[in-house]
Structures are given as structure tokens and as C-alpha cells.
Write a protein that binds this ligand. Structure first.
Ligand code: ADP
Ligand code: 5GP
Length: 197
């Protein structure tokens, strides 16, 4: 059986990666795909559901999970823990299901060493001004948190060089079509069809 491909997607917070991944999944419904659901200790935003957007857990529970080696990777971002569950991901990949991970550069670095059959994509906004506008429009963080996220973005953007593909999310439909093209071409790549341990 072919193994699934692990698509690692990173972008500065507010760029639009979650919206792009959700839209892509609908466009490629004829392929076997799933979006990984991470664990986090951050507070639930309005409109978010436990088990759909994240598994929201306490810091104590998260630390126990680290001890039990339940994560493929984890990182501390904006003072909270975020982690990818190991068992579910390995199980889905072994069944030939392609997985999309929405994780930061620290997580991407850890996972690339563990899962060989991976493709990484970095998404950037057209400008910092536009990123601020998107974060404000999303309305999920207060002014202080938006400032923190922008400061962090400025530091992190340099890691794009470590990824396989780069997309600029200016016009949404163009970025979505770029993302779909990458998925299709990687899916059709012969190397990715082999069982890679
Ligand atoms: P991320 O997951 O990268 O933090 P989101 O997917 O939550 O970002 O998107 C942040 C906000 O930007 C959302 O309100 C989303 O609807 C909006 N957005 C996403 N892509 C675009 C785009 N190309 N142009 C304008 N707004 C966008
Ligand atoms: P947010 O709080 O906006 O949902 O996410 C903040 C950041 O955490 C984003 O860059 C997102 O990609 C990253 N993130 C979400 N889940 C995980 C995870 O499981 N591991 C890592 N390393 N980063 C994650």
C-alpha cells in the first residue's frame, strides 16, 4: 500500500493558512486527505470547537502527554504549548491518507527528521500592513496579542528558506490554486508513491 504524504504548512499567524487548507480540502475531495488536529493549551476562540480546530487541554495534561511521548513534535508558541499527536498521524499515513499539518517552523524542523515522506510549504502575506489588517479583521486577538504576533512573524519569516515551496497569499483564489497545484504535482511524483520508511 502507498504511504500518505505529509504536507507541512507554515506561515506567520494571520496570513491565511487555516482558511487556505480548509478550502483546499474541499477542492481535492476525491483524494484521501485529512487535516491533523493539534493539541494546544491556548484558550478557545469564539467559533472554535474542541476536536475540530484543536484539542484544547490544560498545561498539566499537555506536560503529561510530553512525558508519555504522545507527540510527534511540540513547541511553545506565544506562551502556550502546541503539539501534533503521534499515533493518529502514523496510523493515517500508513493507510495511505495524505495529511495536512498546520504547524510553525519549530515543529516543521522536528517532523522533517522523523517522517521522510514530507513536503513543506511556507506561505507569506503580501505585506506586514496586510497581515496586521487580517489579524484585526479576524478579531480573535486583542491589540497586545496582535503586536506580539507581528513581532514574532518578523523574526520567523526568515525560515521560509528551509521549506520546499513558497506561496504568497495576496489574492486568495490564486494562492489556493497554487496550493492545489503543489498538492497534485507532489501526489503524482513517483518518489512519493513508493513506500518510504
Ligand atoms: P492563519 O491560520 O494563518 O493564522 P487565518 O486562516 O485565520 O490565518 O486567516 C486570517 C484572516 O485573514 C481570516 O479572517 C481570513 O478570512 C483572512 N484571509 C485569508 N486569506 C486572505 C486573503 N488572501 N485576502 C484577504 N483576507 C484573507
Ligand atoms: P493559533 O494560535 O493562531 O491557532 O496558532 C499559532 C501558531 O501555532 C501557528 O503558527 C500554527 O501553525 C502553530 N501550530 C498549531 N498547531 C501546532 C502544532 O501542533 N505544533 C506546532 N509546532 N505548531 C502548531
Amino acid at each position: 500500500m502507498n504511504k500518505g504524504i505529509l504536507f507541512i504548512i507554515s506561515a506567520p499567524s494571520g496570513t491565511g493558512k487555516s482558511t487556505l487548507i480548509q478550502s483546499l480540502i474541499k477542492k481535492i475531495s476525491k483524494y484521501k486527505t485529512k487535516i491533523s488536529i493539534s493539541y494546544t493549551t491556548r484558550n478557545k476562540r469564539i467559533g472554535e470547537t474542541n476536536g475540530k480546530h484543536y484539542y484544547f487541554v490544560s498545561k498539566n495534561k499537555f506536560k503529561k502527554m510530553i512525558k508519555n511521548k504522545e507527540f510527534l513534535e511540540y513547541a511553545i508558541i506565544f506562551e502556550n504549548y502546541y503539539g501534533t499527536p503521534k499515533k493518529i498521524i502514523k496510523n493515517l499515513l500508513s493507510k495511505g491518507i495524505n495529511i495536512f499539518l498546520n504547524i510553525d517552523w519549530q515543529g516543521a524542523k522536528q517532523i522533517k527528521k522523523k517522517i521522510k515522506n514530507n513536503i513543506s510549504i511556507y506561505i507569506i502575506p503580501p505585506s506586514i500592513n496586510e497581515l496586521v489588517k487580517r489579524l484585526k479583521r479576524r478579531g480573535s486577538e486583542n491589540k497586545t496579542d496582535i503586536k506580539k504576533r507581528i513581532k514574532q512573524s518578523m523574526k520567523e519569516i526568515k525560515y521560509y528558506i528551509k521549506y520546499d515551496h513558497l506561496i504568497i497569499n495576496d489574492k486568495f483564489n490564486i494562492a489556493l490554486s497554487d496550493l492545489k497545484s503543489i498538492f497534485i504535482s507532489e501526489y503524482k511524483r513517483i518518489k512519493n508513491k513508493k513506500n518510504i520508511k
